[in-house]
Write a protein that binds this ligand. Structure first.
Ligand code: NAD
Length: 307
């Protein structure tokens, strides 16, 4: 199949582009190196590594604007491009609005044909502070990030109801492992503990996540992209619940150093408990995350300390 993967220089998109190419698909990988959330260095590395993979054409393009540089005629569009990160969304609203909503409208208007299946990366943040139910749970986002990702889902729904757009929505729950974005908690923790620097714990440290290891996440996303499952929403999540305090203790053990912690009040809008109910994706695709938190965090530490 001919597949467009957007956000292909990013943490998850780069893995999906590589995996789908390795599965024999013809990939157009698109990114613009947006540096509003974190530095472009890791994206340049990811992008460069895609050059070693057969069947990948790389295009640098801002997907909110003129798409003339981008080929067309796709079987599937995998839209990983976005401005992620919950806290920055309180101060960077224009970037969230344009990269998370306008970009989706632009892609659908200009690069979707009758045969194109649109696969959208969404987030557990659409559910709000507590994300513990299934895909039918009420969506009550508590951040502009969650609002823009929910708006994109609704926009895709409107195109489906009115113009018959075939689509799949994937709500991802915190992804970790080698390549994790430097703005994410585990990345910051590993960096701080290994360098003997201070790490700020917001709230009581009992906020918990069912993290998804990046290879498990990339594998199931690639399988769903190939299946072109129609008009469904799937939670994509690991199953092991880990509090921030648990994660600190695990990283201390692995790195062999004690964290230098500072405590501050919980941040407004932050998620308290995410525990993705994944019965639907398990039943449809036999999704069974293979990597435990312990094994995954060890791999992330090895990667971070080597880079
Ligand atoms: N990482 C997670 O734990 C997580 C959790 C839930 C949802 N998600 C979603 O998964 C997707 C990928 O997240 P990630 O962690 O890989 O983030 P990332 O920032 O590493 O990747 C996103 C990529 O999109 C690109 N991009 C942004 N705006 C663009 C534009 N206008 N034109 C072209 N490229 C653009 C960026 O340059 C970046 O390379 C996002 O949609 C995010 O909302 C991620």
């Amino acid at each position: 199949m001919k597949i467009l993967v957007t956000g292909a220089a990013g943490f998850i998109g780069s893995g999906v582009a590589r995996e789908l190419a390795n599965r024999g698909h013809n990939i157009v990988a698109a990114d613009m190196f947006l540096d509003r959330l974190y530095s472009n260095e890791p994206k340049f590395v990811n992008w460069e590594q895609l050059s070693d993979v057969a069947h990948i054409e790389k295009v640098v393009v801002d997907l909110r604007g003129d798409l003339d540089a981008l080929p067309d005629d796709y079987d599937v569009i995998v839209n990983a491009a976005a401005m992620p990160g919950l806290m920055t969304s309180w101060s960077e609203f224009d970037t969230y609005m344009t990269c998370n909503i306008k970009l989706v409208e632009n892609l659908i208007s200009h690069r979707v044909s009758e045969k194109t299946h649109f696969l959208q990366f969404s987030t557990s943040s659409v559910y709000g502070t507590t994300a513990t139910g299934d895909e039918k749970s009420e969506c009550l986002p508590t951040s502009p990030y969650g609002v823009t990702k929910l708006a994109a889902e609704e926009l895709i729904g409107a195109y489906h109801r009115t113009h018959g757009l075939q689509h799949t929505i994937l709500r991802l729950f915190s992804v970790f492992g080698p390549g994790q974005r430097p703005d994410m908690a585990y990345h910051k923790l590993i960096k701080a503990i290994s360098a003997g620097e201070e790490f700020v714990v917001f709230g009581d440290g009992l906020q918990s996540r069912t993290n998804t290891f990046v290879d498990d996440c990339v594998g199931i996303i690639s399988t769903i992209a190939e299946s072109r499952a129609t008009n469904e929403v799937f939670n994509i999540s690991g199953s092991e619940s880990v509090t921030l305090n648990d994660a600190i203790a695990a990283i201390e053990r692995e790195v062999g150093k004690t964290a230098l912690l500072k405590h501050a009040p919980a941040r407004k809008g932050d998620q308290r408990t995410t525990s993705g109910a994944t019965e639907k994706v398990r039943a449809a695709f036999e999704f069974a995350p293979a990597t435990s938190f312990g094994e995954g965090i060890r791999k992330q530490i090895e990667w971070q300390l080597a880079t």
